[in-house]
Design a protein around this ligand. Structure first.
Ligand code: TYD
Length: 232
């Protein structure tokens, strides 16, 4: 697989501020002259966003863990074919909010399907595409869960006001033990692949977390994320 661009993924529990940090990094990289694609999973394509609605809507009942994992990979396979690989082929920087580490942490650990199944499916369905760098945002478990719940309840209320277009609460309804397993799953991935995964402490203020993210990108990828050092 040709890899002229750079593939950076953001991972972590719900409510660790991934989306905010990704947006900030994208702005910095663009200011430094890079072409950047921002995307997310599940989703990122028209088909993927439909799959996302099924996966995250709390009205989706009785979805088996295997079906859930299959849908995550269906969204991802489409996403790679339609968005990620073409952008990398064009030398762009792809920033992706969640990727296969999420499936390993949530379905593999959280749902107890195991890492092996996830990694095998990744090889078969995703051509084993690996990020060049993964930023794993880490914060206190209770704080992350609380933040994600507050945010999603607010979004669900707004959706209700717009005629009830569905919520994104299905995962938030899991208990603390589930999220503790997800957290452990992420920690195990970081230990296994220290060359790819950088754990960033997200417990402080957002600006400080942002500086750590930029530092990791500069250091690990030799990609400048500050306008001053514009070099391409
Ligand atoms: P996301 O929109 O990133 O939620 P948040 O902003 O709250 O972090 O992801 C939606 C949910 O989908 C999240 O709870 C994690 C879950 N998920 C999986 O369980 N497996 C996966 O492979 C992916 C990509 C997401």
């Amino acid at each position: 697989m040709s890899r002229r661009g750079k593939f950076i993924t953001f991972e972590g529990l719900d409510g660790t501020g991934k989306s905010t940090q990704m947006r900030k990094l994208a702005a910095k990289l663009r200011a430094a002259g890079h072409k950047v694609v921002e995307t997310r999973e599940p989703g990122g394509t028209a088909t993927g966003e439909k799959i996302r609605r099924v996966l995250l809507d709390s009205a989706t009942e009785g979805l088996s863990p295997m079906a859930e994992m299959a849908l995550m990979f269906a969204s991802r396979a489409q996403h790679i074919a339609e968005v990620i690989q073409p952008a990398l082929d064009h030398g762009q920087i792809v920033l992706c909010d969640r990727f296969t580490d999420s499936t390993e942490a949530y379905q593999g650990s959280g749902r107890r399907l195991g890492s092996e199944a996830v990694l095998r499916l990744h090889r078969i369905l995703c051509g084993d595409l690996q990020p060049d760098l993964t930023i794993l945002l880490d914060d206190d478990l209770g704080k992350s869960i609380g933040r994600a719940r507050r945010r999603n309840h607010k979004a669900a209320k707004q959706a209700e006001g717009l005629g009830g277009r569905g919520d994104e609460n299905r995962f938030e309804q899991q208990d603390r033990a589930f999220f503790a397993r997800v957290h452990d799953g992420y920690a195990a991935i970081a230990r296994r692949e220290p060359g790819r995964v950088v754990v960033v402490d997200a417990s402080g203020e957002k600006g400080e977390t942002g500086r750590r993210v930029v530092e990791a990108v500069n250091k690990r990828l030799k990609v400048s994320a500050s306008a001053r050092e514009k070099n391409r």
